[in-house]
Design a protein around this ligand. Structure first.
Ligand SMILES: *[C@@H]1O[C@H](CO)[C@@H](O)[C@H](O)[C@H]1NC(C)=O
Ligand SMILES: *[C@@H]1O[C@H](CO)[C@@H](O)[C@H](O)[C@H]1NC(C)=O
Ligand SMILES: *[C@@H]1O[C@H](CO)[C@@H](O)[C@H](O)[C@H]1NC(C)=O
Ligand SMILES: *[C@@H]1O[C@H](CO)[C@@H](O)[C@H](O)[C@H]1NC(C)=O
Ligand SMILES: *[C@@H]1O[C@H](CO)[C@@H](O)[C@H](O)[C@H]1NC(C)=O
Length: 693
């Protein structure tokens, strides 16, 4: 008897084991990497999936409501839980990328991630209700609605605290918990994630949000960050205890809701992943669909032209005809002739858009002229007045253009807070145009040498923060991105400062264009004198170690307030010791070495700081500068080590060997100076990217 019964019994046991407690066969796990093939989605109201794959919840017309739900219900209660008395709620985790585009300023009203008993939300109203609830249902406990709102309007009726916040809503649009949109990051001194960086929800930039709920502890975490932030912030914006058991029915639907009112924005979801009882699959941020740029109305213009023609006399007709011919000609001139391969690479801007943005590459919009080309300021009107810097490179019929564009387009996917963002590119006849984010405060060298009296000198703390930032950017290029990227032109000119004086490294990969084996007699040396590692003369091969050498020159330059190579006339002899003057004439690194040799490395620190600096940090920067300036590439530290020294994770040994080990590099720089002759040494390829001259 017993033997007969044991088989089904153990089968039952087996079932029990595999289904408890968190391995329900009903676990839901999906990832929409763009929505073009999303079959399991129900849409209503103004929601639609656009051609490019983005999910548009509303456009910017007034008083719209749009919903998008995952069509299959999600079971939120664990089967095994009932036997323990109370019911156990599943954990869930979701990540999505939202993008809110407003023409002009002040759109509305925002969007929400929603968990609801049905894909139809009864009484859903636009404006302040975000399409989630309505005036008759708001606050009613029988709603069984949970939402996390991303609200862009200050509604006093909903007790909002500001017009750009994230809130946790239960059965009501009056949030239980709400915070101004922001993310936490570690402050420079490594004291935990305490620095709060605001996030502008209506920025027309993709923003990622994460919502994680732990069914056992009832802790809800909400995190937001622009996708340009390299890593998910460790500390969530909102972390709150919230018992969802009374709110959730056995099965619920998950999705999004959005509305507009008199204030209106276009609301998009670009990607979405969701999972119960496990972390949501990560979204591939490099494959986000593009949102359409808000349309201007060219058809109107044409209509007006025709109207004018119709009611005018013959003379006007002729004039109009001439105008039209001129217009057509200009249009033809601005039109792009595309080669097949150009269509393969994302982030391509139409030439016409860049032409308009710079008022036809007008002289008045010129920000700077450098070795690599002219840089213009541009305003992309179609993207709500976005300011950009557009670099125009007359590349000629250069070989390797196709490969170069492929490389540039792939660099365009790179996002790091210490790298200038490359927004896109355009090839027009012989010219290559690169579109960068605009950095209003210009480049680092303006603030270092005191030549421009309109700007203040950088304080030591600012200098140290800038160096740490550049080190992080370079580390990302060398070790943390999907390919190793050698910058090839690290120098003060290429370090740009944001509105908060944070550092961003620009122009990466560009020197490559000039390294594509063109005639050396006519080609500028890729790299800049004084920043160029000695082995480059022998091998011509840029490596991460040659970048480290350049970074070493930058360290010394920033600490000393002097260029790596100074023409004799600019030298300020501060104490008249003859040998000093001769060395200072030529090469900064050798002067710093000399100070170190005399046991007084701090003598090299910029005298204009008037002694206001942190001695330990200054010593660190100067010794590290010497360490990176060593002749033998193998002896230089990697950027990871450099970052560890700068962040204080590792202590730097003040090694007198460094003082003697770089003689060759000094010789090299000296001999290069004499070869180059008198051409403003130190600024050979003065490719200043942006910023106020
Ligand atoms: C915006 O969406 C609404 C609803 O889907 C539609 O009726 C309207 O035509 C759209 N407006 C524009 C400018 O696309
Ligand atoms: C809450 O909603 C339920 C069901 O729709 C309804 O019967 C009830 O009257 C509502 N309560 C209030 C206070 O409006
Ligand atoms: C809004 O906040 C005030 C003060 O905190 C409170 O008295 C009021 O009840 C709140 N309103 C709603 C609708 O919750
Ligand atoms: C959240 O708000 C709802 C409605 O105001 C209230 O019933 C509930 O107790 C609140 N929950 C928490 C955790 O504050
Ligand atoms: C940097 O730019 C911001 C914004 O344009 C400006 O407010 C600030 O004064 C600038 N700082 C310096 C030092 O120029």
């Amino acid at each position: 008897m017993f033997a007969l019964n044991s088989a089904p019994y153990s089968f039952l046991l087996f079932l029990l084991v595999i289904c408890r407690p968190s391995c329900s066969a009903d676990d839901v796990d999906f990832l929409y990497q763009g929505f073009q093939h999303a079959s399991d989605l129900t849409l209503d109201g103004s929601a639609s999936v656009l051609h490019g794959g983005s999910l548009q919840l509303t456009n910017d017309s007034n008083r719209l409501v749009g919903h998008a739900f995952h069509a299959s219900p999600v079971g939120f209660f664990l089967e095994g839980g009932r036997s323990h008395g109370g019911r156990r709620l599943a954990s869930f985790s979701t990540a999505f990328v939202l993008d809110i585009v407003t023409i002009g300023s002040g759109g509305g009203h925002g969007l929400a991630f929603v968990v609801a008993p049905s894909t139809v939300l009864p009484g859903a109203s636009p404006e302040i209700y975000l399409g989630v609830l309505g005036p008759t249902t708001n606050g009613n406990a029988s709603n069984h609605v949970f939402a996390v709102e991303f609200d862009t309007v200050l509604d006093l009726e909903m007790n909002d605290t500001n017009g750009n916040h994230v809130g946790v809503d239960v059965n009501s649009l009056v949030s239980n918990v709400s915070e101004p949109a922001a993310y936490y990051t570690a402050s420079g001194d490594g004291g935990g994630d305490n620095t709060k960086v605001p996030v502008q929800l209506e920025s027309a930039q993709p923003i990622q949000a994460w919502i994680d709920y732990d069914g056992d502890s009832s802790i809800l975490d909400v995190t937001v960050a622009p996708v340009s932030v390299a890593d998910r912030p460790h500390r969530p914006l909102i972390s709150t205890k919230l018992d969802l058991r009374p709110i959730f029915d056995d099965t619920m639907y998950v999705g999004f809701s959005s509305s507009t009112g008199k204030l209106a924005s276009s609301h998009y979801i670009l990607a979405w992943s969701f999972r119960t009882n496990g972390p949501a699959q990560p979204i591939d941020l490099r494959r986000l669909p593009k949102v359409p740029s808000p349309s201007t109305a060219p058809s109107k213009l044409v209509a007006i032209k025709f109207a004018a023609v119709a009611c005018a006399g013959t003379l006007t007709l002729i004039a109009a005809a001439v105008a039209v011919v001129l217009w057509l000609r200009k249009r033809a001139k601005l039109a792009d002739t595309l080669e097949d391969w150009e269509l393969e690479h994302p982030h391509r801007f139409p030439y016409k858009e860049l032409y308009k943005a710079t008022k036809g590459f007008k002289e008045s919009e010129l920000l700077g002229v450098g070795g690599f080309g002219h840089v213009y300021k541009g305003v992309l009107r179609r993207r709500s007045g976005d300011e950009v810097a557009i670099k125009r490179i007359s590349a000629g019929a250069r070989q390797g253009m196709r490969e170069f564009v492929a490389e540039i387009a792939s660099l365009g996917r790179m996002r790091h807070r210490n790298l200038v963002e490359l927004r896109g590119w355009c090839k027009h006849h012989q010219d290559l145009l690169l579109v960068y984010e605009f950095m209003p405060n210009g480049s680092l060298d303006r603030y270092l040498f005191g030549a421009d009296r309109k700007v203040p000198l950088l304080t030591w703390a600012q200098r140290f923060a800038v160096l740490s930032g550049v080190a992080r950017g370079l580390l990302y290029l060398h070790e943390e991105w999907e390919h190793v990227v050698v910058h090839r032109d690290v120098k003060a000119n290429n370090v740009l400062l944001g509105a908060d004086m944070s550092a961003r490294l620009g122009d990466f990969g560009l020197a490559r264009l000039y390294a594509h084996g063109a005639n050396p007699a006519t080609t500028r040396v890729a790299g800049t004198l004084g920043y160029m590692a000695p082995e480059l003369r022998l091998t011509s091969r840029a490596t991460t170690a040659t970048d480290v050498f350049s970074f070493g020159a930058l360290l010394l330059e920033v600490a000393c307030g002097r260029r790596p190579v100074e023409p004799p006339s600019e030298v300020v002899a501060d104490d008249g010791e003859a040998s000093d003057v001769i060395l200072t004439d030529v090469v900064l690194v050798s002067w710093v070495r000399d100070c170190a040799l005399h046991g007084d490395i701090l003598r090299a620190v910029d005298p204009r700081l008037e002694g206001c600096y942190d001695m330990e940090e200054a010593k660190l920067v100067l010794w590290l500068g010497l360490m990176c300036s060593q002749t033998r590439p193998q002896a230089r530290p990697s950027m990871r080590q450099v970052s560890r020294y700068l962040s204080g994770e590792e202590a730097l040994q003040e090694d007198p060997v460094l003082v003697c080990s770089g003689v060759d590099s000094v010789d090299f720089i000296r001999s290069s100076v004499s070869v180059m002759g008198s051409t403003s040494a130190g600024t050979m390829s003065n490719g200043s990217l942006h910023g106020g001259r």
